[in-house]
Write a protein that binds this ligand. Structure first.
Ligand code: LAN
Length: 727
């Protein structure tokens, strides 16, 4: 298959499609699919909703609300606006973009397997890349806030070309010059080398070995891949399969041309084996260790004499794991990278007529999102559970949930939370090395179906808040189902007392020295994370208040050990390093909440006091806080050039949880957050909120509603309490 060439304007400022024709449909268990309507008739039958308009960046006809008199009034206005963005099924859809290495997998994988895009999707993906090209040098980075890298630039260059853009388009002329300045595509990191090799514009000899035979070792071997972090192993399974085959798509004119365009030197004279460890310095976050180099020299020798029957057996095992993963997740798979790699394998083995291919095509749409700048690929099939869990807790805690006009919205949200809980273990459970899922809440949807410790914690809390605090709420989630969720959480504590993301830590920490991805940190094994740990502590603490008889001794023991971990994880300055949100402000909010639930506050605990003092040292003259994502890269506080509303909310929530005794810093933060609110109750989008693998930012645009509303409502109550105490 090839896409026809397109005549593309130089600027992406104006949409390439008619934005009044895009519609988001949420179906089943919270699937998000954007449709483009072709006729006026269709548009009349399916009018554009506020949700569509908001996410497309079109103006909403929202009235200016009465000027809020106090923080609670501002929170109320915030929810009056945000309620419009709730889907009929009860959840809040949203964009989940940020990484710039996802669209390449989507487009290259689709190109290879002959899976087309609609004309409108193509146009808006191209526009997205035109808009996201770095304004100075025209390249693309690892994520939307990062500087241009060889990875981002080479791979997104291919995307534009595959989608039909001429190499003479000004965006590509500029990007190509930047790529050549960075040394060309030979310097892309290993995941880029993989995709380029599959596309047949990079030689397989330029890749370090990815032997599928690792899966044939007995499970107890310390480096067995089932002990790796689940994202890493899930990506390496289809990679190993395709590496073993040295699969590459057939040559065509575009490929021959890309071989000229991507390299400053003659493609046919490149010394490929010498490129295996060639990574452009700008791209490099996690350099290879000596152990890595030694292990890969051995693997390279093995590669030259790999035994065919063993290799076939290993490939069979990988294929079987791929099928199991597809079936376990309704073809969503764990994430967008493995999704597209699994598709290539299923296309190769099962063929384009197979059911697997069709299911992959259907679910590919779940990862596409159209926003103001064009169409992007999301980091998962959405952040549905994560977003609904925060806003519902915020509504209950601020008291807004008790207000008549919000009751129906909360009941709908509870309905969504109820259906989202996973009630069985995966179809292929132990055989595919999965952790139990019975009782869990996932990050996105039930069908995607992965247990995440903190998503389970926050999901359980959200249900408890609504069902136990709102007398009008039905008890949709039974006690038994909450106990399932508690059982699951109790079983997820690591030996160090902390909680990891999807599973228990399975592998030894020295495995991190074998991280082959170069651009990400800490991806080889699970680690305990302060945020995941604190969500579990808070969930268990709140659960036992309502159900004190259930496994109380186990809960107590787990909480004690988790709090001990949290104490140990605090830095000497008084912070916790956030791994999934930026950064110290994010982690402080979670940590202070859990400390407070076990009775540790500013007055009673040195840990809470140090946390407050650290935060106060960073409060700015305007009353807010602002941290750059570089805090996560360097594990030290790096100021952002602008104060960030959401981080201001996280820091203030931390102070409130810790019961910081002075009103002034909280009042100043409240004023800052109120000053940023629009007259219709909404807040503008600011910098990226989330992070993963130390180096990649990711968007949580719904946070600008949940955490603002939550903080303002809580601050209102807390400041009133402080006043009473004073008098
Ligand atoms: C996420 C998103 C949510 C996040 C939290 C729940 C916030 C966290 O507390 C636990 C880890 C988790 C579930 C998480 C893990 C890594 C994800 C899935 C992501 C950051 C979203 C995208 C990212 C995934 C790895 C992106 C694909 C890239 C690869 C390197 C495979």
């Amino acid at each position: 298959m090839s896409y026809s060439s397109l005549d593309i304007p130089a600027s992406g400022a104006q949409p390439f499609t008619d934005y009044t024709r895009w519609r988001l449909r949420c179906s089943d268990d919270g699937r998000h699919i954007w449709h483009y309507l072709h006729t006026d008739e269709e548009c009349k039958d399916w009018p554009q909703s506020d949700i569509d308009k908001y996410w497309l960046g079109l103006p909403l006809s929202t009235p200016a609300l009465p000027t809020p008199k106090d923080a609670l009034g501002a929170a109320r206005n915030g929810y009056t606006f945000y309620k419009r963005l709730q889907d009929a099924d009860g959840h809040w859809p949203g964009e989940y973009g940020g990484p710039m290495f996802l669209l390449p997998g989507l487009v290259i994988g689709s190109y290879i397997t002959g899976m087309g895009f609609t004309h409108e999707e193509r146009l808006e993906m191209i526009r997205y890349l035109i808009n996201l090209a770095h304004p100075d040098d025209g390249g693309w980075g690892l994520h939307i806030e990062g500087e241009s890298t060889a990875f981002g630039t080479a791979l997104n260059y291919c995307v534009m070309r595959i989608l039909g853009v001429s190499p003479e388009h000004p965006t590509l002329v500029k990007a190509r010059a930047t790529l050549h300045k960075l040394g060309g595509a030979t310097g892309v990191p290993s995941w880029g080398k993989f995709w380029l090799a599959v596309l047949n514009v990079y030689d397989w000899d330029g890749n370090n070995p990815i032997p599928p035979e690792l899966w044939l070792f007995p499970d107890f071997v310390p480096f067995h891949p089932h002990k790796w972090w689940i994202h890493t192993r899930t990506v390496y399974i289809p990679m190993a399969y395709l590496y073993a085959l040295r699969f590459k798509m057939e040559e065509n004119d575009l490929i021959l041309s890309l071989r000229q365009e991507l390299y400053p030197t003659d493609y046919y004279k490149i010394d490929w084996p010498a490129q295996r460890n060639n990574v452009c310095p700008v791209d490099l976050y996690c350099p290879h260790s000596r152990l890595f180099d030694a292990a890969y020299s051995i693997l390279s020798v093995y590669e030259a004499c790999a035994v065919p029957p063993l290799r076939r057996l290993a490939m069979q095992k990988c294929y079987q794991l791929i099928v199991q993963e597809d079936e376990n997740t309704g073809y969503q798979t764990l994430g967008p990278v493995s999704k597209m790699m699994n598709l290539v394998v299923r296309w190769l083995v099962d063929g384009p007529e197979s059911d697997a291919y069709k299911r992959h095509r259907e679910t590919r749409a779940d990862f596409l999102w159209i926003g103001g700048e064009g169409m992007r690929m999301c980091g998962t099939n959405g952040s549905q559970l994560w977003d609904i869990a925060f806003i519902t807790q915020a509504l209950v805690e601020t008291g807004l949930g008790h207000e008549e006009e919000n009751k129906e919205s909360l009941i709908r949200a509870l309905g969504w939370l109820d259906q989202c809980q996973i009630q069985q273990n995966p179809k292929h459970f132990e055989v595919s090395y999965r952790h139990a899922t019975k009782g869990a809440w996932p990050f996105s949807t039930r069908t995607q179906g992965y247990t995440v410790s903190d998503c389970t914690g926050e999901g359980l809390k959200a249900v408890l808040y609504i069902q136990e605090h709102l007398d009008f709420a039905p008890k949709l989630v039974s006690e038994k189902r909450m106990c399932d969720s508690v059982d699951l959480l109790l079983g997820m504590q690591n030996a160090n007392g902390g909680f990891a993301s999807y599973e228990l830590i399975r592998g030894p920490s020295w495995l991190e020295m074998l991280n082959p991805a170069e651009v990400f940190g800490d991806i080889m094994i699970e680690h305990s994370y302060p945020e995941c740990t604190t969500s579990v502590i808070t969930a268990l603490s709140i659960f036992r208040k309502h159900y004190p008889q259930y496994r109380s001794a186990d809960i107590q023991r787990v909480i004690d050990r988790a709090v001990d971990y949290l104490h140990r994880a605090q830095t000497p300055e008084g912070g916790w390093i956030g791994s999934w949100g930026i950064c110290f402000t994010y982690a402080a909010q979670f940590a202070c909440e859990s400390l407070a639930l076990v009775g540790e506050t500013y007055e009673t605990s040195l840990y809470a006091r140090k946390a407050c003092e650290l935060l106060l040292r960073h409060q700015r003259a305007d009353g807010g806080w602002g941290e750059s994502y570089k805090s996560c890269e360097t594990s030290t506080w790096v100021e952002h050039e602008r104060t960030q509303t959401i981080q201001t909310c996280w820091a203030t929530m931390a102070l409130i949880y810790a019961r910081y005794p002075k009103a002034d810093p909280i009042e100043r933060a409240v004023r800052l957050v109120m000053s940023r609110q629009h007259p219709d109750g909404s807040w503008p989008q600011e910098a990226m909120e989330g992070i993963f693998n130390k180096s990649v930012t990711i968007a949580y645009p719904n946070f600008k509603f949940s955490f603002t509303i939550w903080m303002l409502g809580r601050a209102h109550r807390y400041l009133a309490e402080l006043k009473i105490q004073k008098t």
